[in-house]
Design a protein around this ligand. Structure first.
Ligand code: NDP
Ligand code: 13P
Length: 334
């Protein structure tokens, strides 16, 4: 059986995940959109821009040619910013093997269509749910790249496919659990970025652990409300792709979303924060699509609503925190 995996996307997570896959015995080819990044991976075994100082295993190579990356791959891992997936995948789709399984590592919801990444993959490629999977959990790229122990969820509607992927990514430092709840995993992953933005804002404003714990907990309630309305298993939200990822992202200074929020809390504008980094903070876009999804589903989403307003520049972070406390009171479990 082929053990060739293509990873489309040479950023922090695509590159860190190549280590997991190589440690799991796969032969990995990364596609990167800049030739110099691919050359450094091939010549120096390092992604200098995104994971400096991390040596990539010999089983990892890179190319700027997507056709070459995809040739012979029975597993295709997608790791580009969510809002760019549709355009990129439209170009890549003709070269994806007809039986290849596509795995989303992305944590966002498409603006406009409000599609989750698995839905974009299905629409663009015509693949059925048995060929589309998601891997999501508390997996900050730098820690995974340093092979610090972590767990994650491999979700696919077809449990046999989830188990096949589980075997392919299980490595000494990475423990995958299977799930059939693709929707729950994707919403947990996208929503925690929005919550991390608001936690970052609280940190930037100088507030302490009571504030951040309150926002994290209410963020989980908001995530669960929407995800369950759309059909997720509530236990998914209590698991690694829900609570686990929420805690990791909201607690860690390594999180781009939390850092983005912290800068907003300190008074920078969204444009200034975007200009200050090359890396993607998915929540800054997905707050708008998740809010629209919640509104469309009749679900109350105050955190997405307020984060969206701060990111859009129509509200300050301080006004957002005041508004959280001033909202009409209610029962905790409503
Ligand atoms: N980093 C992490 O810890 C984790 C990230 N994720 C998710 O993985 C996904 C990818 O994130 P991550 O790797 O961290 O992002 P990074 O910001 O680290 O890297 C983004 C990568 O995508 C490329 N890119 C940017 N814009 C486009 C575009 N329009 N078309 C094609 N490629 C593009 C960049 O190329 P270039 O260098 O040329 O700009 C770069 O290779 C996100 O959805 C994120 O939420 C999930 C779990 C963990
Ligand atoms: O998804 C992540 C950890 O699981 C990474 O979070 P950030 O995108 O905020 O860095």
């Amino acid at each position: 059986m082929s053990k060739k995996v293509a990873i489309l996307g040479a950023g922090s997570w695509g590159t860190a995940f190549s280590i997991v896959l190589a440690d799991g015995g796969n032969d990995v080819t990364i596609w990167g959109r800049r030739e110099e990044v691919c050359a450094a991976i091939n010549d120096q075994h390092e992604n200098v821009d995104y994971l400096p100082g991390i040596e990539l295993p010999p089983a990892v190579s890179a190319t700027h040619d997507h056709e070459k990356a995809l040739a012979g791959a029975d597993v295709v891992v997608l790791a580009v910013p969510s809002q760019s997936l549709r355009e990129n995948l439209t170009e890549w789709a003709p070269y994806v093997g007809k039986d290849a399984v596509m795995v989303s590592l992305m944590k966002g919801v498409e603006l406009g269509t409000l599609d989750r990444m698995s839905e974009v993959i299905a629409e663009v490629t015509g693949a059925g749910p048995e060929r589309i999977a998601v891997i999501s959990g508390p997996n900050l790229a730098k820690e995974i790249a340093r092979r610090e122990p972590a767990a994650s969820v491999v979700a696919c509607a077809d449990v046999d496919v989830a188990q096949m992927l589980q075997r392919r990514v299980h490595s000494p430092a990475f423990r995958p659990y299977t799930s059939v709840d693709v929707l729950g995993c994707e919403l947990g992953g996208a929503y925690k970025n929005v919550v991390a933005l608001s936690v970052g804002m609280a940190v930037g404003l100088g507030f302490g652990d009571n504030t951040t714990a309150s926002v994290i907990t209410r963020g989980l309630a908001e995530t669960a409300r929407l995800a369950m309305k759309l059909g997720a298993n509530p236990l998914t939200l209590m698991g690694l792709a829900g609570l686990g990822d929420l805690v990791a992202t909201c607690s860690s200074p390594l999180s781009r979303n939390r850092t983005f929020g912290e800068k907003l809390g300190k008074g920078m504008t969204t444009d200034e924060v975007v200009a200050s980094t090359r890396q993607v903070a998915e929540g800054a876009k997905s707050c708008s699509s998740l809010l629209a999804l919640a509104t469309q589903s009749g679900v109350d989403a105050p955190i997405a609503h307020h984060v969206d307003a701060v990111v859009a520049g129509t509200m300050t972070a301080k006004d957002m925190m005041d508004a959280f406390i001033a909202r009409d009171t209610k029962a905790e479990t409503d």
